[in-house]
Design a protein around this ligand. Structure first.
Ligand SMILES: [Zn+2]
Length: 112
């Protein structure tokens, strides 16, 4: 299983999934009222939902960028993947089997 992705090797798939799920919830809060998927009765509620959704989405993205790291060099893997203008395949970066910064490839954990 030497081609196991780095995020699984370092047991960071679950935090990544949780962060993406929270981002989806935040996006629904933000764009749901805009698209008419649900329409709150009061304008204040509408505005509160949109602002809360933006805060939840950006907060979750920030948390993910700080949380998904290389245990050896400390590189912030998600931030590394999305912040480089020359890195068109940011999803490919998340699917690598080693750290994109230092090439560290830990052993596959036995209990995961
Ligand atoms: Zn590294």
């Amino acid at each position: 299983m030497s081609n196991e992705i780095f995020l699984r090797r370092t047991k960071q798939l679950r935090p990544l999934a949780v962060g993406f799920f929270v981002m989806i919830v935040g996006s629904v809060l933000t764009f749901g009222p805009m698209t008419g998927a649900f329409r709150p009765a009061r304008a204040e509620t509408y505005l509160s939902l949109v602002i809360a959704g933006i805060i939840v989405t950006l907060g979750s993205l920030t948390w993910l960028c700080l949380r998904i790291t290389c245990p050896r060099c400390g590189a912030k893997i998600l931030w590394w993947a999305i912040s480089r203008p020359d890195n068109a395949g940011w999803l490919n970066t998340l699917e690598r089997s080693d750290c994109p910064s230092c090439s560290y490839a830990p052993d596959v954990p036995r209990d995961n």
